[in-house]
Write a protein that binds this ligand. Sequence first.
Ligand code: SAM
Length: 280
Amino acid sequence: MPQTGKLQKIGAVKQITSHSNPIVKEIKGLVAQRKLRTQSGLFVAEGLKLATDALSAGWGVRYLALGPEARDNPAAQKAAATAKARGALILEVSTAVMSAMTRKDNPQMVVGVYEQNILSARDIDPQGTTVWVALDRVRDPGNLGTIIRTVDAVGGSGVMLVGDCTDPFAVEAVRATMGSLFHVPLAKMTKEEFKALAKDWPGTVAATHLKGSVDYRTPDYKQPALLVMGNEQKGLEDDTAAACRTLIRIPQVGEADSLNLAVATGISLYEIRRNHLELS
Ligand code: SAM
């Protein structure tokens, strides 16, 4: 269990008005530093929607901080009751403390501290899944969050983080997922582990590549599919590309060298899932 403030009672309610309260400092640290998130296995997600998503998906919650507006909000009170029943410490804080914790002038009325959930390569069983997206050394938290959100929207099965990636539990990444973080499995692995998975993958393994010779609209994507995306600056490493059976390219005209990583992922995912999605 990660160490948290020493004096709090779990499953209790605590009023905090001081910026120097140790729990406020702990939350500030989790917002600001990857090292502290990694050591504690905790992360911060802002907002009532994310709290509702996290709780409905069964994620572990350590703290739920409620600003003044949350006290008269039935949905916030319901989230607090659920979190408290699961052993979280409920923090009633001033707007100033909420601002300080999240480093935002207009903070959300609810801020949660949750337990991280991340799979490893050996946890992934492709059988019965739809499409996984593998990201080679993704650097931008906004791109990562947007991709997680898009995978959720197309009914994808998860996101693999290959090599040295940005932290999916950074506040900016979590924010960009708009709650999908709590619904889309994430797995972290080395490049070698990824290449071994790709080699035995039972469906289509397609890597997007600027030198790809296959139009992304032509393959018959056999599911479970594995869509592989390159780093924002450097694209895919050669040996990672070589481990993928098809190199697909999205046609471009105009002067742009390439598409944004999250945009290219979205375009490809909608093509892969074309025959599985309909308006309801
Ligand atoms: N300079 C990098 C390169 O040479 O690959 C550009 C990388 S691009 C910003 C990030 C990733 O988005 C690429 O590695 C690829 O996975 C995908 N991508 C972007 N535009 C693409 C296109 N037109 N066709 C296929 N993939 C594309």
